[in-house]
Design a protein around this ligand. Structure first.
Ligand code: BES
Ligand code: ZN
Ligand code: ZN
Length: 493
């Protein structure tokens, strides 16, 4: 599907479907809607009034034009009122538009630049969100289907814009499409079963990214780097670990740098502290943090942020065999701290500990880690919210704000000093689990032991990384959550 900006009023272009977003039921306030209404002898106005169309999200009306317009169909769709309106409305409505276009087998679609008349967001922001919603609603994972279900493809979507706005619209749209591609890559990586998405396969996906220098450290080098906590997790798997390092440098002199570390457990069986079968069903998604980092890095040159970005993944499979680490084993992380591994299913924090030790050697200004770390996060916040924990209130606020704009919900949880007691081991520097309560907080406190005094935010994405229920622009499976939020955060430098 090709999405582009068209500088045109839209009324005289031939198309299968013309989409017009409305904030209220007043057709006269939208010039395109008004013209369409006149050409159709006032019928749209009459019908919208009769059906009490108020421009609410979810409201819509499809009309056939009976040859009175170059467009075969007109689709009026509610964008929501000014109060409470945000870019997420644009993504959702764009996705709704594509769904309808497929139903009526439209090949060519015209749509007005949604949300422009409110003046709440820039033209670039609106066009970006349209690009995200339009392209992401098209995502399908078909790699393992012999015959992918016949689904109708829309050939082209033209977004109507004035001449004055077209440069900004073009810029925003290009960003939105780039982000959608990064997210789609993340989704592909997550949805690919662990049989194929091994640590080395994940590393392959991080190679040859445009504008990014990638380095892969294999087992002998990981040993040399003394990443004992990470290595312990990989012991039970015949698929060897792979440590991935990605670097993007902006043009000009580097002023600030951000390190982003993604949990990359390609399959989490729990290890010897084995998971129940049901809990294992979706554990190929335990590399969703890594997928988000790789997805982001795959398009970062097109997003072109003014900040240096380092991406890291300590990829490993948490499997069970004769060589697997045992509860009670003590491992030594890269920074010399010893850890008593009392539960081999709390493996993510062990891989992250060493990845972060490595990341902070470059002295980044900001460290972000994102991980499907705890089931407790699903208990606390459900599957729509990610948790943020960190050591710098302003930094946490910036991440939460970026999430809001990106349509990804994040809630702060506290790093409770007192709970640190629970991570003390009688025979090592730390143990990898706490009492059982406050699991997400304990996970954060454990990781904090490895960040030193760097500004740091930990994002637990155990909930939103996966969806069983398809949503407006998310299909069942891996979601690629946090690609948009991270891109938004980086764009603010
Ligand atoms: N990968 C899991 C966390 C998880 C659970 C993610 C459910 C998504 C859905 C993680 O490695 C894990 O097993 N954590 C344990 C920690 C516990 C042993 C302290 C958990 O949440 O039970
Ligand atoms: Zn686990
Ligand atoms: Zn895990």
């Amino acid at each position: 599907m090709n999405i582009s900006i068209e500088t045109h009023d839209g009324i005289s272009l031939s198309t299968d479907l013309l989409i017009i977003g409305l904030h209220n039921g007043k057709i006269a306030e939208n010039s395109l809607a008004n013209t369409v209404n006149q050409k159709l002898d006032g019928l749209p106005k009459k019908l919208l009034e009769r059906e009490k169309f108020e421009g609410k999200m979810g409201q819509s009306k499809l009309l056939h034009t009976h040859g009175k317009l170059p467009a075969d169909y007109v689709f009026f769709v509610g964008l929501g009122a000014k109060k409470g309106f945000d870019l997420e409305n644009i993504r959702k409505v764009s996705a709704q538009a594509i769904k309808l276009a497929k139903q009526i087998k439209a090949k060519k679609v015209l749509v007005n630049l949604l949300g422009a008349e409110l003046g709440l967001y820039s033209i670039a922001e609106l066009a970006q969100s349209m690009g995200e919603g339009l392209s992401l609603s098209n995502y399908l994972f078909t790699r393992y289907k012999a015959k992918p279900k016949d689904s109708h493809d829309v050939d082209s979507v033209l977004i109507l814009s004035s001449k004055k706005e077209s440069v900004q619209a073009q810029k925003g749209l290009a960003r939105g499409i780039a982000l959608a591609e990064g997210i789609s890559l993340a989704r592909d990586l997550i949805n690919t079963p662990a049989l194929d998405m091994t640590p080395l396969a994940l590393a392959d996906a991080a190679k040859d990214l445009k504008g990014v220098v990638t380095r892969i450290y294999k087992l002998p080098e990981i040993k040399k780097m003394k990443m004992g906590a990470y290595l312990g997790v990989a012991l039970g798997a015949s698929n060897p670990p792979a440590f991935i390092e990605m670097n993007y440098k902006p043009a000009g002199k580097v002023k600030k740098s951000v390190a982003i570390v993604g949990k990359g457990v390609t399959f989490d069986s729990g290890g010897l502290s084995i998971k129940p079968a049901k809990s294992m069903e979706t554990m190929k998604d335990d590399m969703s943090g890594a997928a988000a980092v790789i997805g982001l890095m795959s398009v970062i040159a097109r997003l072109n942020p003014k900040v240096e970005v380092w991406g890291y993944v300590a990829a490993a499979e948490n499997a069970v065999d004769a060589l697997a680490q045992r509860p009670g084993d003590i491992v030594t992380a890269m920074n010399g701290k010893t850890i008593e591994v009392l539960n081999t299913d709390a493996e993510g924090r062990l891989t992250l500990a060493d990845a972060i030790c490595h990341a902070i050697k470059k002295k980044p200004d900001y460290v972000i880690d994102l991980a499907t770390l705890t089931g407790a996060c699903l208990v606390a916040l459900g599957d729509r919210y990610s948790a943020a924990l960190g050591n710098d209130p302003d930094f946490i606020k910036r991440i939460i704000k970026a999430g809001k704009k990106a349509g990804e919900m994040i809630w702060e949880l506290p790093l409770v000093e007192e709970y640190k007691e629970e991570l003390k081991s009688p025979i090592a520097d730390l143990k990898n689990i706490g009492s059982g309560y406050g699991g997400t907080i304990n996970g954060g406190l454990f990781i904090q032991e490895f960040v030193g005094d760097h500004k740091w935010v930990h994002l637990d994405i155990a909930g939103p990384s996966w969806t069983e229920k398809p949503r407006e622009y998310e299909s069942r499976g891996g979601t690629g959550v946090m690609v948009k939020t991270l891109a938004e955060f980086l764009s603010e430098f």
